[in-house]
Design a protein around this ligand. Structure first.
Ligand SMILES: Cc1cc2nc3c(=O)[nH]c(=O)nc-3n(C[C@H](O)[C@H](O)[C@H](O)COP(=O)(O)O)c2cc1C
Length: 439
């Protein structure tokens, strides 16, 4: 059955790009209905939108005919996904603060469907704290975002604020609807740990067939950076916050990349594993040290962030060992957020690695969280694995992963972490071989 996308266009120059988005989405069999703000119609006409979408365009909250024909609540309900593109600074502010003074904003307040925004604006508007605060609010509410990117602006400026390209937006739509489908399957089966290999057959050439040739694809001439293990966030000189990551998966990936000839640096948190052969190893303790080591190592062609970086650190580390109070009152720990290494590297505007691979360690709704995480962080590929205690993934020798490459979810069978590393390194090498053929 055709999926419905409700496309809300707001008043920015990039609105013209949405014609291309609509055309491409219809090629993929999506049903597109457009809603415009008054400002959007200064940049694009309802006539062009109707001609390309093949549907009436809605714009007036108080249009008696449209309200009688379909109604704004029904427009919100029949969509499988709502896309706001371009999303102006003004409209993001309205969304963040729950305005409902136009058809477009009323729909967004009335919907429970996933919403994807593609912001587009001048760099100064983008960097303004008001816009950034609004975005943070929207992100907290689970709104998905694609872009913006760096590039030339209509005002002859260059900077952050250029709307994502139509095909990138479409790719994000595909990801989100796949996530939705995964969620439906999961809630239908009531089994969160069930293998999801039934979701999508791998679209690419089966890697096992390639390996039958008996040769690993070379990564000679490429430079890779891999993070691995947990981080340790000190509370005082003798105690710390950490997690159960053993580093086995990250270390194996570093070894597999090096085996293919990539000059490989492994930045690792505290683990009890030997250094992998032919890999330069840098040992760190905290998330901040890990980020600094990664930044020092850039630029690189390939970055694989497999470390289980602690999300939080203790805001004020105690210089001396904390002592028990006579009163029996335990100390309170105030936490502060650690830097997001994957996001920082994925969203670099200069010398960004050609391929950034992230890991998502989840204990529930693995696929939904992973799809959302890939979009949020902006990495190219994401390896999702279930680390709930029953799986034995943390510390164990075997793992079961889903590789999300933006278009497809590849669900691999449970196997040794070393085999996963080898297969992932082969995928990476094949990717670079394909890219070099195109150049
Ligand atoms: C030529 C021109 C281009 C504009 N481009 C953008 C833009 O790319 N992004 C943006 O946030 N606002 C842009 N604006 C400002 C918005 O159109 C304005 O804030 C408007 O009120 C947005 O209304 P809406 O959010 O209801 O669509 C532009 C204005 C003009 C005159």
């Amino acid at each position: 059955m055709k999926k419905h996308i409700l496309l809300i266009l707001t008043g920015g120059i990039a609105a013209y790009k949405c014609l291309e988005f609509i055309r491409r989405a219809r090629d993929q069999d999506y049903h597109i209905t457009c809603v415009t703000t008054a400002a959007a119609e200064k940049f694009i006409t309802p006539l062009s939108l109707t001609a390309i979408s093949g549907e009436p365009v809605y714009n007036d909250l108080f249009d008696r005919q449209a309200e009688a024909d379909i109604g704004h609540i029904a427009l919100a309900r029949r969509a499988d996904l709502i896309v706001v593109a371009p999303a102006t600074a003004d409209f993001l502010a309205k969304m963040a603060h729950g305005f409902a003074d136009s058809l477009a904003s009323a729909i967004l307040l009335a919907t429970e469907k996933p919403v994807l925004i593609a912001p587009a604006m001048n760099p100064s508007m983008w960097h303004h704290p008001a816009t950034q605060d609004n975005l943070a609010l929207l992100e907290k509410r689970g709104i998905y975002r694609i872009g913006p990117g760096m590039g030339a602006m209509a005002e002859a400026e260059t900077g952050m604020g250029r709307m994502a390209e139509p095909l990138e937006i479409l790719e994000a739509v595909n990801d989100l609807l796949t996530a939705q489908r995964a969620k439906d399957v999961l809630s239908f089966t009531h089994s969160l740990s069930e293998p999801l290999s039934s979701l999508d057959p791998p679209a690419r050439a089966p890697i096992d067939a390639q390996q039958d040739v008996g040769e690993k694809t070379s990564l000679q001439g490429y430079r890779a950076l891999v993070t691995s293990g947990p981080t340790r966030e000190p509370i005082d000189p003798v105690r710390y916050l950490s997690n159960h990551s053993s580093g086995k998966q990250g270390h194996a990936i570093a070894a597999a990349l090096a085996q293919r000839g990539a000059e490989t640096l492994l930045v690792t948190g505290p683990v009890s594993l030997p250094d992998p052969p032919d890999v330069t190893v840098q040992k760190v303790e905290t998330a901040e040290e890990m980020l600094a080591a990664c930044q020092d190592a850039l630029p690189r062609d390939i970055v694989v962030c497999a470390a289980a970086v602690a999300d939080w650190r203790v805001a004020a580390t105690h210089m001396q060992k904390l002592k028990k109070q006579e009163s029996g009152t335990p100390p309170s720990l105030v936490l502060s957020e650690n830097p997001d290494i994957l996001k920082t590297i994925s969203q670099m505007t200069e010398d960004r690695p050609s391929l950034v691979v992230g890991f998502a360690a989840e204990t529930e709704n693995v696929l939904q969280h992973a799809i959302a995480k890939r979009l949020r962080k902006g990495c190219d590929w994401l390896v999702a694995n279930d680390v709930s205690p029953a799986t034995g993934t943390f510390g164990g020798d075997r793992n079961e992963i889903h590789l999300l490459d933006g278009a497809t979810i590849h669900s691999w069978p449970r196997m040794q972490k070393t085999d996963i590393a080898d297969r992932l390194a082969e995928e990476i090498a094949q990717y670079f071989r394909a890219v070099s053929c195109l150049e």
